[in-house]
Design a protein around this ligand. Structure first.
Ligand SMILES: [Zn+2]
Length: 453
Protein backbone atom coordinates (compact mmCIF):
# COMPACT_ATOMS: atom_id res chain seq x y z
CA UNK A 1 0.00 0.00 0.00
CA UNK A 2 1.14 3.55 -0.82
CA UNK A 3 0.68 6.10 1.97
CA UNK A 4 1.40 9.80 2.24
CA UNK A 5 1.77 11.50 5.61
CA UNK A 6 1.23 15.10 4.70
CA UNK A 7 1.72 18.49 6.39
CA UNK A 8 3.96 17.08 9.14
CA UNK A 9 6.88 18.66 10.95
CA UNK A 10 9.23 15.80 10.11
CA UNK A 11 12.02 15.08 12.61
CA UNK A 12 14.29 12.52 10.96
CA UNK A 13 16.63 11.84 13.93
CA UNK A 14 19.46 11.32 11.42
CA UNK A 15 23.08 12.19 12.32
CA UNK A 16 22.50 15.82 11.30
CA UNK A 17 19.10 16.00 13.04
CA UNK A 18 17.51 17.10 9.76
CA UNK A 19 14.00 18.57 10.01
CA UNK A 20 11.33 19.36 7.42
CA UNK A 21 9.07 21.86 9.09
CA UNK A 22 6.45 21.79 6.36
CA UNK A 23 7.19 18.25 5.31
CA UNK A 24 5.79 15.00 4.02
CA UNK A 25 6.77 11.35 4.09
CA UNK A 26 5.75 8.86 1.42
CA UNK A 27 5.93 5.11 2.01
CA UNK A 28 5.22 2.02 0.00
CA UNK A 29 4.25 -1.05 2.01
CA UNK A 30 6.78 -1.24 4.87
CA UNK A 31 9.53 1.04 3.50
CA UNK A 32 10.06 4.82 3.49
CA UNK A 33 10.44 6.01 -0.12
CA UNK A 34 10.59 9.80 0.03
CA UNK A 35 10.92 12.47 2.72
CA UNK A 36 10.76 16.10 1.73
CA UNK A 37 9.39 19.56 2.05
CA UNK A 38 5.93 20.31 0.78
CA UNK A 39 7.13 22.69 -1.91
CA UNK A 40 9.19 19.97 -3.56
CA UNK A 41 7.49 17.16 -5.50
CA UNK A 42 4.90 16.29 -2.89
CA UNK A 43 2.01 16.77 -5.37
CA UNK A 44 3.25 13.83 -7.41
CA UNK A 45 2.97 11.53 -4.37
CA UNK A 46 -0.41 12.98 -3.46
CA UNK A 47 -1.75 11.54 -6.69
CA UNK A 48 -0.02 8.18 -6.26
CA UNK A 49 -1.13 7.43 -2.69
CA UNK A 50 -3.83 4.99 -1.62
CA UNK A 51 -4.07 6.65 1.81
CA UNK A 52 -3.34 10.25 2.78
CA UNK A 53 -2.95 11.33 6.42
CA UNK A 54 -3.13 15.00 7.26
CA UNK A 55 -0.54 15.42 10.02
CA UNK A 56 -0.97 19.16 10.44
CA UNK A 57 0.22 20.41 13.81
CA UNK A 58 2.09 17.23 14.61
CA UNK A 59 5.66 15.93 14.63
CA UNK A 60 6.53 12.84 12.65
CA UNK A 61 9.45 10.92 14.13
CA UNK A 62 10.90 7.39 14.13
CA UNK A 63 9.41 4.97 16.66
CA UNK A 64 11.30 4.64 19.93
CA UNK A 65 12.96 1.34 20.79
CA UNK A 66 12.33 -0.08 24.24
CA UNK A 67 15.40 -2.29 24.60
CA UNK A 68 14.60 -3.95 27.92
CA UNK A 69 11.36 -4.96 29.60
CA UNK A 70 9.41 -7.89 31.05
CA UNK A 71 5.92 -7.58 29.64
CA UNK A 72 4.28 -10.13 31.98
CA UNK A 73 4.84 -7.68 34.83
CA UNK A 74 1.95 -5.50 33.64
CA UNK A 75 -0.04 -7.82 35.91
CA UNK A 76 2.23 -6.89 38.85
CA UNK A 77 2.24 -3.12 38.63
CA UNK A 78 2.67 -1.44 41.98
CA UNK A 79 2.80 -4.64 44.02
CA UNK A 80 6.23 -3.98 45.45
CA UNK A 81 6.81 -0.28 45.36
CA UNK A 82 9.23 -0.10 48.23
CA UNK A 83 11.73 -2.97 48.15
CA UNK A 84 15.31 -3.43 46.92
CA UNK A 85 16.00 -5.70 43.92
CA UNK A 86 16.66 -9.10 45.50
CA UNK A 87 13.84 -8.86 48.06
CA UNK A 88 11.52 -7.46 45.38
CA UNK A 89 12.22 -10.51 43.18
CA UNK A 90 11.93 -13.10 45.94
CA UNK A 91 8.91 -11.74 47.81
CA UNK A 92 6.80 -10.33 44.99
CA UNK A 93 7.82 -11.09 41.42
CA UNK A 94 8.65 -14.80 41.60
CA UNK A 95 5.59 -15.92 43.65
CA UNK A 96 3.13 -14.02 41.44
CA UNK A 97 4.79 -15.11 38.19
CA UNK A 98 4.73 -18.69 39.47
CA UNK A 99 0.94 -18.93 39.48
CA UNK A 100 0.31 -17.21 36.15
CA UNK A 101 -1.11 -19.49 33.46
CA UNK A 102 -0.42 -19.58 29.72
CA UNK A 103 -3.30 -17.26 28.84
CA UNK A 104 -2.14 -14.75 31.46
CA UNK A 105 1.11 -14.35 29.54
CA UNK A 106 -0.87 -13.52 26.42
CA UNK A 107 -3.07 -11.00 28.20
CA UNK A 108 -0.26 -9.31 30.15
CA UNK A 109 1.85 -9.04 26.99
CA UNK A 110 -1.13 -7.60 25.10
CA UNK A 111 -1.42 -4.78 27.64
CA UNK A 112 2.33 -4.25 27.66
CA UNK A 113 2.64 -4.13 23.85
CA UNK A 114 -0.33 -1.79 23.64
CA UNK A 115 1.13 0.55 26.25
CA UNK A 116 4.48 0.56 24.46
CA UNK A 117 2.83 1.43 21.14
CA UNK A 118 0.57 4.08 22.63
CA UNK A 119 3.61 5.72 24.26
CA UNK A 120 5.57 5.78 21.00
CA UNK A 121 7.72 2.63 21.23
CA UNK A 122 7.39 0.67 17.99
CA UNK A 123 9.97 -2.01 18.92
CA UNK A 124 10.34 -3.84 22.20
CA UNK A 125 12.78 -6.38 23.62
CA UNK A 126 10.89 -8.53 26.10
CA UNK A 127 13.13 -10.56 28.40
CA UNK A 128 10.76 -13.40 29.14
CA UNK A 129 11.96 -15.77 31.86
CA UNK A 130 8.84 -17.53 33.19
CA UNK A 131 8.56 -20.98 31.63
CA UNK A 132 6.55 -23.29 33.86
CA UNK A 133 4.83 -24.00 30.57
CA UNK A 134 7.19 -23.73 27.59
CA UNK A 135 4.28 -22.27 25.64
CA UNK A 136 4.26 -19.09 27.73
CA UNK A 137 6.81 -17.78 25.21
CA UNK A 138 4.47 -18.59 22.33
CA UNK A 139 1.77 -16.57 24.08
CA UNK A 140 4.09 -13.55 24.21
CA UNK A 141 4.77 -13.95 20.49
CA UNK A 142 1.02 -14.20 19.83
CA UNK A 143 0.46 -10.90 21.63
CA UNK A 144 3.28 -9.26 19.65
CA UNK A 145 1.71 -10.60 16.45
CA UNK A 146 -1.78 -9.38 17.37
CA UNK A 147 -0.86 -5.88 18.59
CA UNK A 148 1.34 -5.16 15.57
CA UNK A 149 4.44 -4.19 17.56
CA UNK A 150 7.93 -5.04 16.30
CA UNK A 151 8.56 -7.72 18.88
CA UNK A 152 11.87 -9.18 20.00
CA UNK A 153 11.12 -12.00 22.40
CA UNK A 154 14.31 -12.52 24.38
CA UNK A 155 13.90 -16.09 25.63
CA UNK A 156 15.59 -15.89 29.04
CA UNK A 157 16.66 -18.74 31.28
CA UNK A 158 18.64 -20.08 34.22
CA UNK A 159 19.64 -23.67 35.04
CA UNK A 160 20.35 -23.10 38.74
CA UNK A 161 18.00 -20.38 39.86
CA UNK A 162 17.28 -19.91 43.56
CA UNK A 163 13.55 -19.80 42.75
CA UNK A 164 13.11 -23.42 41.66
CA UNK A 165 9.88 -23.14 39.60
CA UNK A 166 11.77 -20.87 37.16
CA UNK A 167 14.77 -23.19 36.84
CA UNK A 168 15.13 -25.35 33.70
CA UNK A 169 17.61 -27.96 32.55
CA UNK A 170 20.16 -27.01 29.92
CA UNK A 171 18.71 -29.58 27.55
CA UNK A 172 15.21 -28.12 27.84
CA UNK A 173 16.50 -24.56 27.37
CA UNK A 174 18.43 -25.39 24.21
CA UNK A 175 15.57 -27.50 22.80
CA UNK A 176 13.09 -24.71 23.45
CA UNK A 177 15.34 -22.12 21.84
CA UNK A 178 15.46 -24.29 18.73
CA UNK A 179 11.70 -24.79 18.71
CA UNK A 180 10.95 -21.09 19.17
CA UNK A 181 13.39 -20.14 16.46
CA UNK A 182 11.81 -22.57 14.00
CA UNK A 183 8.27 -21.51 14.97
CA UNK A 184 8.53 -17.74 15.25
CA UNK A 185 11.81 -16.15 14.18
CA UNK A 186 11.37 -13.83 11.19
CA UNK A 187 7.59 -14.22 10.91
CA UNK A 188 5.23 -11.39 9.90
CA UNK A 189 7.64 -9.95 7.32
CA UNK A 190 10.46 -10.08 9.89
CA UNK A 191 8.46 -8.18 12.52
CA UNK A 192 8.71 -11.02 15.07
CA UNK A 193 12.15 -12.10 16.23
CA UNK A 194 13.79 -14.34 18.79
CA UNK A 195 16.57 -13.18 21.06
CA UNK A 196 18.00 -15.02 24.05
CA UNK A 197 20.00 -14.70 27.22
CA UNK A 198 20.72 -15.93 30.74
CA UNK A 199 18.59 -14.13 33.33
CA UNK A 200 21.50 -12.99 35.48
CA UNK A 201 25.14 -13.68 36.36
CA UNK A 202 24.46 -16.13 39.19
CA UNK A 203 21.49 -18.15 37.88
CA UNK A 204 23.30 -20.32 35.33
CA UNK A 205 26.30 -22.64 35.42
CA UNK A 206 29.39 -21.67 33.39
CA UNK A 207 28.70 -24.37 30.78
CA UNK A 208 25.13 -23.01 30.41
CA UNK A 209 26.55 -19.59 29.54
CA UNK A 210 29.06 -21.07 27.10
CA UNK A 211 26.66 -23.47 25.33
CA UNK A 212 23.84 -20.93 25.08
CA UNK A 213 26.22 -18.33 23.68
CA UNK A 214 27.34 -20.87 21.08
CA UNK A 215 23.67 -21.32 20.15
CA UNK A 216 23.32 -17.54 19.75
CA UNK A 217 26.36 -17.44 17.46
CA UNK A 218 25.25 -20.45 15.40
CA UNK A 219 21.77 -18.97 14.93
CA UNK A 220 22.80 -15.32 14.71
CA UNK A 221 20.68 -14.22 17.70
CA UNK A 222 21.30 -11.26 20.01
CA UNK A 223 22.20 -12.14 23.62
CA UNK A 224 21.02 -10.02 26.58
CA UNK A 225 21.85 -10.44 30.31
CA UNK A 226 21.03 -8.48 33.47
CA UNK A 227 24.47 -7.27 34.55
CA UNK A 228 25.78 -5.38 37.58
CA UNK A 229 22.34 -4.00 38.40
CA UNK A 230 23.24 -3.65 42.09
CA UNK A 231 26.34 -4.12 44.24
CA UNK A 232 24.87 -7.41 45.55
CA UNK A 233 24.76 -8.75 41.99
CA UNK A 234 28.44 -7.90 41.48
CA UNK A 235 29.33 -9.51 44.80
CA UNK A 236 27.64 -12.78 43.79
CA UNK A 237 30.24 -13.54 41.09
CA UNK A 238 33.09 -12.09 43.15
CA UNK A 239 32.24 -14.53 45.96
CA UNK A 240 31.93 -17.54 43.67
CA UNK A 241 34.55 -16.93 40.97
CA UNK A 242 36.67 -14.08 42.28
CA UNK A 243 35.54 -12.04 39.26
CA UNK A 244 33.17 -9.11 38.82
CA UNK A 245 30.20 -9.63 36.47
CA UNK A 246 31.75 -8.51 33.18
CA UNK A 247 35.12 -10.08 34.02
CA UNK A 248 33.28 -13.34 34.64
CA UNK A 249 31.37 -13.14 31.35
CA UNK A 250 34.56 -12.30 29.49
CA UNK A 251 36.36 -15.29 31.05
CA UNK A 252 33.63 -17.44 29.47
CA UNK A 253 34.05 -15.77 26.07
CA UNK A 254 30.49 -14.47 25.90
CA UNK A 255 31.09 -10.72 25.52
CA UNK A 256 30.88 -9.53 21.90
CA UNK A 257 28.92 -7.24 19.62
CA UNK A 258 25.89 -9.51 20.02
CA UNK A 259 26.01 -9.16 23.82
CA UNK A 260 23.86 -6.62 25.66
CA UNK A 261 24.31 -5.78 29.30
CA UNK A 262 21.05 -4.63 30.86
CA UNK A 263 21.75 -2.00 33.56
CA UNK A 264 25.58 -2.08 33.90
CA UNK A 265 25.35 0.23 36.90
CA UNK A 266 28.50 -1.03 38.63
CA UNK A 267 31.38 -1.63 36.22
CA UNK A 268 34.98 -0.85 37.15
CA UNK A 269 37.42 0.68 34.66
CA UNK A 270 38.71 -2.71 33.49
CA UNK A 271 35.15 -3.92 32.84
CA UNK A 272 34.31 -0.77 30.89
CA UNK A 273 37.34 -1.44 28.68
CA UNK A 274 36.22 -5.01 28.12
CA UNK A 275 32.75 -3.83 27.05
CA UNK A 276 34.29 -1.29 24.67
CA UNK A 277 36.93 -3.64 23.26
CA UNK A 278 34.46 -6.45 22.61
CA UNK A 279 31.91 -4.09 20.99
CA UNK A 280 29.11 -4.92 23.46
CA UNK A 281 26.16 -2.63 24.23
CA UNK A 282 24.61 -1.34 27.44
CA UNK A 283 20.85 -1.00 28.00
CA UNK A 284 20.11 1.76 30.50
CA UNK A 285 16.88 1.70 32.52
CA UNK A 286 16.90 4.88 34.59
CA UNK A 287 13.37 4.72 36.00
CA UNK A 288 13.80 1.16 37.26
CA UNK A 289 17.24 2.00 38.70
CA UNK A 290 15.67 4.87 40.65
CA UNK A 291 12.59 2.85 41.63
CA UNK A 292 14.63 -0.02 43.12
CA UNK A 293 17.27 2.37 44.49
CA UNK A 294 19.88 0.41 42.52
CA UNK A 295 22.20 3.27 41.62
CA UNK A 296 23.16 5.41 38.62
CA UNK A 297 24.82 3.90 35.55
CA UNK A 298 27.63 6.16 34.26
CA UNK A 299 26.23 6.15 30.74
CA UNK A 300 27.96 9.32 29.61
CA UNK A 301 31.32 7.70 30.40
CA UNK A 302 30.22 4.74 28.31
CA UNK A 303 29.20 6.95 25.43
CA UNK A 304 32.45 8.90 25.60
CA UNK A 305 34.30 5.59 25.30
CA UNK A 306 32.24 4.68 22.23
CA UNK A 307 30.02 2.10 23.95
CA UNK A 308 26.48 2.22 22.51
CA UNK A 309 23.81 2.84 25.15
CA UNK A 310 20.20 1.90 24.39
CA UNK A 311 17.28 2.78 26.67
CA UNK A 312 14.59 0.65 28.27
CA UNK A 313 11.73 0.93 30.69
CA UNK A 314 12.49 -2.39 32.40
CA UNK A 315 9.45 -4.37 33.55
CA UNK A 316 6.25 -2.74 34.77
CA UNK A 317 6.96 -4.33 38.16
CA UNK A 318 9.84 -1.90 38.66
CA UNK A 319 8.80 1.23 36.81
CA UNK A 320 5.66 0.89 36.90
CA UNK A 321 4.86 2.05 33.40
CA UNK A 322 6.09 1.33 29.90
CA UNK A 323 6.21 4.97 28.89
CA UNK A 324 9.42 5.44 26.90
CA UNK A 325 8.71 9.18 26.66
CA UNK A 326 9.02 9.35 30.43
CA UNK A 327 12.30 7.43 30.22
CA UNK A 328 13.74 10.19 28.01
CA UNK A 329 13.34 12.85 30.68
CA UNK A 330 14.50 10.53 33.46
CA UNK A 331 17.64 9.70 31.47
CA UNK A 332 18.61 13.35 31.10
CA UNK A 333 17.71 14.48 34.62
CA UNK A 334 19.37 11.53 36.36
CA UNK A 335 22.71 12.14 34.61
CA UNK A 336 22.56 15.85 35.44
CA UNK A 337 21.86 15.43 39.15
CA UNK A 338 24.38 12.58 39.44
CA UNK A 339 27.21 14.55 37.82
CA UNK A 340 26.01 17.96 39.02
CA UNK A 341 26.86 19.10 35.50
CA UNK A 342 23.93 20.61 33.58
CA UNK A 343 25.83 20.22 30.30
CA UNK A 344 26.69 16.54 30.63
CA UNK A 345 23.83 15.41 28.39
CA UNK A 346 21.78 17.07 25.62
CA UNK A 347 18.33 16.15 24.31
CA UNK A 348 19.89 14.82 21.11
CA UNK A 349 22.06 12.40 23.14
CA UNK A 350 18.96 11.00 24.79
CA UNK A 351 17.00 10.72 21.54
CA UNK A 352 19.91 8.98 19.79
CA UNK A 353 20.00 6.40 22.58
CA UNK A 354 16.25 5.76 22.34
CA UNK A 355 16.36 5.29 18.55
CA UNK A 356 19.64 4.69 16.69
CA UNK A 357 21.40 2.96 19.58
CA UNK A 358 18.22 1.03 20.27
CA UNK A 359 18.36 -0.21 16.68
CA UNK A 360 21.88 -1.52 17.39
CA UNK A 361 20.41 -3.59 20.22
CA UNK A 362 18.19 -5.20 17.58
CA UNK A 363 21.19 -5.65 15.29
CA UNK A 364 19.67 -3.36 12.64
CA UNK A 365 20.43 -0.16 10.77
CA UNK A 366 17.02 0.28 9.09
CA UNK A 367 15.21 1.35 12.28
CA UNK A 368 15.42 4.33 14.64
CA UNK A 369 15.78 6.94 11.89
CA UNK A 370 13.61 8.35 9.11
CA UNK A 371 15.53 7.87 5.88
CA UNK A 372 14.85 6.51 2.43
CA UNK A 373 14.96 2.72 2.55
CA UNK A 374 14.34 2.48 6.31
CA UNK A 375 11.43 0.58 7.75
CA UNK A 376 8.28 2.65 8.18
CA UNK A 377 8.07 2.51 12.00
CA UNK A 378 6.62 5.96 12.57
CA UNK A 379 5.14 8.04 15.38
CA UNK A 380 3.05 11.20 15.19
CA UNK A 381 3.17 13.49 18.23
CA UNK A 382 0.48 16.03 18.98
CA UNK A 383 2.49 18.97 20.36
CA UNK A 384 -0.02 21.81 20.21
CA UNK A 385 -0.83 21.47 23.89
CA UNK A 386 -0.44 23.76 26.86
CA UNK A 387 2.25 21.56 28.45
CA UNK A 388 4.42 21.62 25.29
CA UNK A 389 3.79 24.73 23.15
CA UNK A 390 5.14 27.24 22.28
CA UNK A 391 8.05 25.26 20.92
CA UNK A 392 11.48 26.65 20.12
CA UNK A 393 13.43 23.39 19.98
CA UNK A 394 11.43 20.28 19.14
CA UNK A 395 14.15 17.84 20.31
CA UNK A 396 14.24 19.54 23.70
CA UNK A 397 10.44 19.51 23.94
CA UNK A 398 10.43 15.82 23.03
CA UNK A 399 12.67 14.99 26.00
CA UNK A 400 11.44 17.47 28.61
CA UNK A 401 7.75 18.16 27.77
CA UNK A 402 6.19 15.31 25.84
CA UNK A 403 4.72 12.32 27.63
CA UNK A 404 3.25 9.10 26.29
CA UNK A 405 -0.25 10.56 26.16
CA UNK A 406 0.86 12.95 23.44
CA UNK A 407 1.39 10.13 20.95
CA UNK A 408 -1.31 10.49 18.31
CA UNK A 409 -0.74 7.78 15.69
CA UNK A 410 1.73 4.95 15.17
CA UNK A 411 2.79 2.85 12.19
CA UNK A 412 4.84 -0.33 12.46
CA UNK A 413 6.22 -1.94 9.31
CA UNK A 414 4.07 0.50 7.33
CA UNK A 415 0.85 -0.57 9.03
CA UNK A 416 -1.21 1.90 11.04
CA UNK A 417 -1.64 0.30 14.48
CA UNK A 418 -2.62 3.33 16.61
CA UNK A 419 -4.83 5.94 14.98
CA UNK A 420 -5.63 9.15 16.86
CA UNK A 421 -4.82 7.49 20.20
CA UNK A 422 -6.91 4.36 19.56
CA UNK A 423 -5.67 0.86 18.79
CA UNK A 424 -6.79 0.00 15.27
CA UNK A 425 -7.34 -3.77 15.70
CA UNK A 426 -7.88 -4.19 19.46
CA UNK A 427 -10.82 -3.45 21.73
CA UNK A 428 -8.81 -1.86 24.52
CA UNK A 429 -11.68 -1.56 27.01
CA UNK A 430 -12.59 -5.23 26.70
CA UNK A 431 -8.91 -6.21 27.00
CA UNK A 432 -8.40 -4.17 30.17
CA UNK A 433 -11.61 -5.53 31.71
CA UNK A 434 -10.50 -9.13 31.29
CA UNK A 435 -6.95 -8.32 32.45
CA UNK A 436 -8.23 -6.65 35.63
CA UNK A 437 -10.37 -9.71 36.36
CA UNK A 438 -7.44 -12.11 35.90
CA UNK A 439 -5.01 -9.91 37.84
CA UNK A 440 -7.49 -9.67 40.74
CA UNK A 441 -7.89 -13.45 40.75
CA UNK A 442 -4.12 -14.04 40.70
CA UNK A 443 -3.49 -11.46 43.41
CA UNK A 444 -5.99 -13.17 45.72
CA UNK A 445 -4.50 -16.55 44.91
CA UNK A 446 -0.92 -15.48 45.60
CA UNK A 447 -1.93 -14.19 49.03
CA UNK A 448 -3.32 -17.65 49.74
CA UNK A 449 -0.09 -19.28 48.53
CA UNK A 450 1.91 -17.05 50.89
CA UNK A 451 -0.31 -17.83 53.91
CA UNK A 452 -0.19 -21.59 53.31
CA UNK A 453 3.65 -21.61 53.28
ZN1 LIG B 1 15.01 -6.39 33.82
Amino acid sequence: MKQLIDNAWVLTFDEEWTEYKDGFLYLEDDVIQVIGNKDEDRNRYLGMSDEIFDAKGRWLMPGLINAHTHLFQTFLRGLADDKPLLRWLKEEIYPFAGIMEEEDFYLSAMVGCLENLKCGATSVIDQHYVHMSPYNSDKVFEAMMKTGIRGYNCRTFGNRLPHKPLEESKERILNELGRLKDTWHGRENGRLNLMMGPLNPWGSTPDMFIDSYAFAVDNDLMYQIHTAETEDVVQATVDEYGLRNVEFFDSLGIVSSRTQLAHAVYLNDREKEIVRDRGALVVHNPVANMYLASGVAPIMDYRKMGIPVALGTDGPGSNNSQDMMEVLKATACLQKVYSRDAMIIYPEDVLAMATRDGAKALGRDDLGVLKVGAKADLVLIDWKKSHIAPVHKPHSAMVYNVNGNDVDSVWVDGKLVIHEKKAVDIDETALLDICQERADYLYKKVQGVRISR
